[in-house]
Design a protein around this ligand. Sequence first.
Ligand code: ADP
Length: 249
Amino acid sequence: MTALRCEDVAVHFGGVKAVDGVEFTVRAGSLCGLVGPNGSGKTTLLNAISGLVPLTRGRITAGGEAVSGRAVPHIARSGIRRTYQAIRLVPGLTVLQNVMLGADDGRRLLDGLVRPRRAARADRESRDRAREALARVGLTGLEKSLPGALPYGHQRRVEIARALAARPRLLLLDEPVAGMSPVERTEIGDLLTSLRDDGMTQLLVEHDLEMVTRLTDHLVVVDFGRVIADGDPATTVRDDRVREAYLGR
Ligand code: ADP
């Protein structure tokens, strides 16, 4: 079954063709890698899937439903969640509160205004989901800490937990191991593998080809906003166009 499909997707910024006719499919339950040299259009593609930038052309569907043309909250509610390259945690909120933000889709805030009792129930639900997500990323016990007090690798995990708290059907990860130590990278790699083993579909943007080849089931390589290779990771990284894109500049 297909979890995500991009068809002829283009995102142009004026004359800059950041993404230009991208086509690929992510199978449900797979861990798919999206790689390419700097500036090849990976983040723009994630932004397009999550609704942050409009498409110049093409179509994106998730689980058969159109995503392109939808607003960000609609896409988030449809079960597509993401993490960002730069960590985006709210410094004044505790770890648990930050993760709860991912769980509740703004429902609590709205309900609190009109139906306080329902809001209290939604609040409990968000708290339970947030605790579950924190346990999943191995951060149980740190609920009351402020994010700034945690090591960088832990902050990254809080971000992943925030996305997981929504119980997404598709998780988009934008360089989740950037800036991490080798030990932290291995730990995050193990986490992503175990999420995949639980059946979660993931699209992982990562610069480190060796790591992505080891972790993923399927690799999509982009360069200059276009797909230059797509398939089994071990075979794909040996493709001449991929080697040239990485080594040739
Ligand atoms: P990657 O994530 O692969 O490093 P990006 O998607 O960030 O690549 O960028 C692809 C290209 O699009 C780059 O040339 C970048 O400078 C350009 N770009 C990205 N965002 C914008 C924007 N908002 N306005 C203009 N150009 C942009």
